[in-house]
Design a protein around this ligand. Structure first.
Ligand SMILES: Nc1ncnc2c1ncn2[C@@H]1O[C@H](COP(=O)(O)OP(=O)(O)OP(=O)(O)O)[C@@H](O)[C@H]1O
Ligand SMILES: [Mg+2]
Length: 604
């Protein structure tokens, strides 16, 4: 498969579309800030040498013409305020460019990260169900949050900082060279040493930081586990044990930080020594040149100023470079998502009528990484408009059969066919197929929205009466009425405020409101009592009309009225027929029936 983004550069370039002008503007502004910073030492050295002293002016021609405009050297000597004004002007200009830099950089960074978030979200939504099964939610979220932040920092801070620093260093060295080449070389000699030293240190400390991160992760997972599982901790009286576990980890974590701080302190102090030596060199070479008469006092002051300007950027450069190299991992992780192939229909996908017979034709299926076959040679016809019941123990392949029907998993061509009327579902548009085959999932998921929004989630602008009707059919209306906010009650994160049975019934209402031509209820009545089960089954029959209904259950009463029932066992159809036929067969169905009804008779 050809990867769309075969290099990190390509991916960053792609995301940069739209924010590039901002970054270019910010770099130009940064260049101007650096230039303005270079001007002040020039003014100072000119003032010391030519305004206070009597040395002839050595200004460049644009600067000299500015002095002429101000009235010449004599006027400046008489009116030193003009020099102060010039310094103020330079300061104001630098401030304006700094403002432009920050603003355009922030705008660039935010548009960049916004584009990245949008694209990632849309891309992830389009990825196949299988992909979501293979990748853990936590990991995907981390890629979309902290990795995105790392990449944002890489582009808007580190990359910009790198270019900015290089411009600043180049300018400062250039201006120094204009004054005295020997001093410039003396200062420049320290730059590679300091940068390398800081790079080595930061890559070392990076390992220590990662370790601290891991330990912090462990600490917070202890906290999280204990908060989420607080009931278990209380119920088993594990408070003291958990407390000790936490204290141990906390002590370990603290130890790491202290180690890290020791490393940091050692670095900063030793880097200070290097910087001090650089200052010393400039001062020594400069003073010597002054004494030789090849350098003026004002120029020495300028050289020292330029050298001071270099110190911080150079010290940070090593850190920036090391951190930039780490961003590669984050870009790779985002690239993995962007390179995953989204679900696509093939050219000319069909949208055939769906109120037709559903035919499973010698269908076998094995999950990737699964143990053996989940389904083996299933052949089955569900006539349009009838109800099929599927009974089977856990892991017998019931849900798998339905996932294949919805094409959540792809059936390889050599493993049989699934047809709806004359159309092979492999040729049908996925969106169309799923819109028409409604499925109440075995583990329903409710969004953190209101109940009415949740019930109407699959239809466009549902009316309140539609919502109420669906709720009534799903026998959830009574429960909803007891909530103070009724249908406007917000369902908490993961639907925690609802009981398992209430959640199931909300999911059934979601389905009944949309009335698809094919309706699948995957173990949807497992958490409701027998009476509600019966009421809902009547409602389903009432709503379904011409729809084909597939009812999956463990409880025979749930599906005994179906037109046809199949008994699945270890991925194979063991028995099939109507309830009465199956009872007569005296097989597995009969055995389950006897077991389930015996319980009832015993109980009363
Ligand atoms: N994503 C998956 N990857 C690998 N194996 C899977 C996957 N999903 C299901 N299986 C396996 O396939 C088999 C059939 O699973 P399936 O979910 O279809 O069973 P089921 O009949 O719906 O069971 P239950 O009544 O518990 O819902 C099981 O052995 C299960 O372990
Ligand atoms: Mg299942």
């Amino acid at each position: 498969m050809i990867k769309k983004y075969d290099s990190n550069f390509k991916l960053i370039w792609h995301f940069l579309k739209g924010s590039l002008p901002f970054f270019v503007l910010s770099l130009i502004s940064a260049g101007m800030v650096s230039f303005m910073d270079m001007v002040n030492p020039k003014i100072v050295s000119f003032t010391v040498d030519s305004v206070i002293g009597d040395a002839p002016s050595v200004l460049s021609s644009p600067a000299a013409s500015l002095v002429d405009m101000a009235g010449g050297l004599e006027t400046l000597k008489a009116q030193p305020l003009i020099i102060a004004l010039a310094v103020a002007c330079v300061g104001i200009l630098a401030a304006l460019f700094r403002y432009a830099f920050r603003l355009s950089n922030a705008a660039g960074a935010e548009t960049f990260v916004r584009r990245m978030r949008d694209e990632l979200f849309i891309h992830i939504m389009g990825l196949p169900y299988v992909w979501h099964g293979e990748n853990s939610t936590g990991d995907i979220i981390q890629r979309c949050t902290s990795d995105v932040q790392t990449v944002k920092r890489f582009v808007s801070e580190q990359l910009v900082q790198l270019i900015r620093t290089v411009i600043l260093i180049a300018m400062a060295l250039y201006f120094m060279a204009g004054i005295n080449v020997t001093v410039m070389l003396g200062a420049a000699a320290f730059i590679p040493i300091i940068v390398c030293y800081s790079m080595i240190f930061h890559s070392r400390i990076g390992t220590a930081f990662r370790k601290v991160d891991t330990e912090e992760g462990k600490l917070s997972s202890i906290v999280q586990e204990n908060l989420t599982g607080v009931r278990v901790v209380r119920a088993f009286g594990r408070e003291v044990y958990e407390q000790e576990r936490f204290e141990k980890q906390n002590a370990y974590y603290t130890g790491f930080w202290i180690h890290l701080m020791r490393l940091m302190s050692a670095f900063w102090s030793s880097a200070d020594i290097l910087t001090g030596m650089q200052n010393l060199t400039v001062l020594f070479l400069g003073t010597r040149a002054c004494l030789n008469g090849t350098l003026t006092t004002g120029s020495l002051i300028a050289l020292i100023s330029y050298n001071l300007m270099l110190i911080w950027p150079v010290r940070m450069l090593g850190r920036v470079i090391t951190e930039m190299s780490k961003a590669g991992i984050s870009i790779d992780r985002i690239r993995y998502i962007m390179n995953s192939e989204p679900e696509k229909d093939r050219e000319g996908a069909l949208e055939p009528p769906m109120d037709r017979d559903i035919i499973f034709d010698h269908v076998s299926y094995s999950y990737e990484g699964g143990t053996g076959e989940a389904l083996h040679d299933i052949s089955l016809t569900i006539p349009a408009g009838t109800t099929l019941g599927i009974l089977g123990g856990t892991g017998s392949g019931k849900s798998t059969l339905m996932y294949l029907l919805e094409r959540l998993y792809t059936l390889p061509p050599e493993k049989g066919r699934i047809m709806i009327g004359d159309a092979d579902i492999a040729d049908i548009s996925k969106g169309y197929l799923r819109r028409n085959i409604g499925m109440v999932l075995q583990e329903p998921y409710l969004f953190s929205r209101t109940l009415s929004e949740n019930i109407g989630i699959a239809v466009d602008r549902p009316g309140m009466d539609q919502v109420r009707k669906a709720a009534r059919l799903a026998s959830i209306d009574d429960a909803i009425e007891t909530f103070t906010a009724g249908y406007e009650t917000a369902v908490g994160e993961r639907g925690v405020t609802l009981s398992g049975g209430q959640k199931q019934r909300t999911a059934i209402a979601q389905m009944l409101i949309r009335k698809s031509p094919v309706m699948v209820f995957d173990d949807s009545l497992s958490a409701v009592d027998t009476e509600t089960d019966m009421k809902i089954r009547h409602a389903i029959r009432e709503v379904s009309g011409q729809s084909t209904v597939i009812l999956i259950a463990h409880r025979i009463t749930t599906l005994m009225n179906a037109d046809r029932i199949i008994v699945l066992d270890k991925g194979r159809i063991r028995e099939q027929g109507t309830h009465d036929e199956l009872l007569l067969q005296n097989g597995l169905y009969r055995k389950i029936y006897d077991l389930q009804t015996a319980g009832l008779t015993d109980a009363g």
